[in-house]
Design a protein. Sequence first.
Length: 37
Amino acid sequence: MTIDIEVKYNALNQRERLEGLMCLDNIQFGIHKHLTI
């Protein structure tokens, strides 16, 4: 039972980390676009 909770928690963390990275990519892309224009 504790393993199941741990797995769900890890999956949630990975998704948040992935979304954070995507957000960073979008910010960097936005800055890059702004600089190139």
